[in-house]
Design a protein around this ligand. Structure first.
Ligand code: AMP
Length: 421
């Protein structure tokens, strides 16, 4: 075969797109129920947006971002995540003027040049939300409940919510120094990667998957135990609302998330079915990003979750929505003379909302019947010269094998029959 899709980027074939459409429909439904509005931004942005927004020391920018120089000499990037893009759109279009709080969601492809493996692709899809303009704990809690509601819309209840707080510009800098001192003391026991991170992003050492790092950092101080009074109160507020909503969660002071912009609440949705790539999604509060990107100081919260990871879990649990698109009716043309009538009649029925298929390959009656079966058509109708003449034809119900005479050329009548369930 001459051409192959790019490594780590997958085609979605018809059997899969039917499931994806259903998945997307349910995701749109839940966001809408919570009062969130969809935003769609371009997949290409100025690379600088992510360098500044997501942060140079984050893996998704430092290691994984697809960037390119276009013919005009601009350095662009395929978006590795949505948060900076949504904030850019928010500022560019002055969306803050519409309301003091904007609740947005998205669903679309993201790109990261990672090593492909199960649950890790180079083009993958995320759904997520960004609430811009709310500083209260209720916003953090609402986004967590929203994520849970989406998983529940698929019947998924067995996953873990991990929760922590990363503090704020008041309490994080002194904690960072305390952590740095503690990590420096065990430096020689750390992995090479973590030793490098000491200089760039010491917090990331805490969520390293490397056993040496886990052992060496067992006793280091955690941000969650060094929060200022305001952050402590904010975190207590989030917990209170989650408790009142009956949410099962665990506080895990080692969640740091990979991105620079988080402040206060951070959380992850973890699946027990995913193995090494166990994160279904994650997010948190980012109270300084909007200002950093040129807006006025505006608190914000959001999460992003993987569609492909959700699909893996649903498949393992037998919860994949079963969707097959089947025609209500397949009209077989019995001879050359009836083809035009079949063609125009199919159109009339489609205009009435009926799903109709006809043969486009001038095939024999037998081959058309075979095709109707292959497509799992719910009814078939054979039109030949005598049916054309009489206006009566036999409608066959393919599921129970019964047939009945119908006035086939009165579209409304036939439409009512083949769509009745
Ligand atoms: P992140 O923005 O890295 O926290 O990612 C949020 C979610 O997106 C993760 O929890 C995954 O479900 C999904 N995700 C991230 N990277 C990938 C990838 N390379 N392939 C598939 N899903 C991913």
């Amino acid at each position: 075969m001459a051409y192959q899709s790019v490594k780590g980027m997958k085609d979605l074939l018809p059997v899969e797109t039917a499931v994806w459409q259903e998945l997307e429909r349910r995701i749109h439904d839940v966001f809408t129920r919570f009062g969130y509005d969809e935003v769609r931004t371009p997949v290409l942005e100025q690379a600088e947006l992510f360098v500044k927004g997501s942060g140079e020391t984050s893996d998704i920018v430092g290691k994984e971002m697809y960037s390119l120089v276009d013919k005009g000499g601009d350095t662009l990037a395929l978006r590795p995540e949505m948060t900076p893009a949504v904030v850019r759109a928010y500022l560019q279009h002055g969306m803050g003027a519409e309301s003091p709080i904007g609740k947005y969601y998205y669903l679309g492809p993201m790109f990261r040049q990672e090593r492909p493996q199960k649950g890790r692709l180079r083009q993958f899809h995320q759904f997520g939300c960004e609430v811009i303009g709310g500083g209260d704990s209720a916003v953090d809690a609402e986004t967590i409940l929203l994520g849970i509601a989406i998983y529940q819309a698929f019947g998924l209840s067995e996953f873990l919510v991990k929760l922590s707080s990363l503090g704020c510009p008041v309490c994080r800098p002194p904690y960072r120094e305390t952590l740095l001192a503690a990590l420096t003391a065990v430096r020689d026991s750390l992995s090479a990667e973590s030793q490098r991170r000491l200089a760039t992003n010491p917090l990331r050492v805490l969520d390293s998957k490397d056993e040496r790092d886990k052992e060496a950092t067992r006793a280091v101080p955690l941000m969650i135990d060094h929060l200022c009074p305001e952050c402590t109160a904010h975190f207590a507020g989030v917990r209170r609302l989650l408790d009142a909503s009956g949410v099962q969660y665990v506080v895990d002071g080692r969640i740091v998330r990979g991105l620079d912009y988080y402040t206060r609440t951070v959380y992850e949705f973890i699946s027990t079915d995913l193995g090494a790539q166990d994160a279904l999604g994650g997010g948190g509060r980012y109270d300084v990003l909007v200002e950093q990107m040129g807006g006025k100081s505006t608190p914000a919260v959001g999460f992003a979750a993987g569609v492909e990871r959700l699909l893996i879990v649903l498949e393992q649990r037998g919860l994949l929505p079963h969707v097959v698109h089947t025609p209500d009716l397949y009209i077989v043309a019995a001879d050359a003379d009836s083809r035009d009538a079949v063609f125009t009649h199919a159109l009339a029925l489609r205009r009435l909302g009926v799903t109709v298929e006809i043969d486009l390959l001038l095939r024999s009656v037998k081959a058309q019947m075979r095709e109707a079966n292959r497509r799992h058509a719910r009814h078939t109708l054979v039109i030949g010269s005598s049916e054309l003449e009489r206006g009566i034809a036999q409608l066959k119900n393919m599921s129970d094998g019964s047939s009945a005479d119908v006035t086939w050329n009165v579209a409304e009548e036939l439409a009512a029959r083949v769509t009745a369930r």
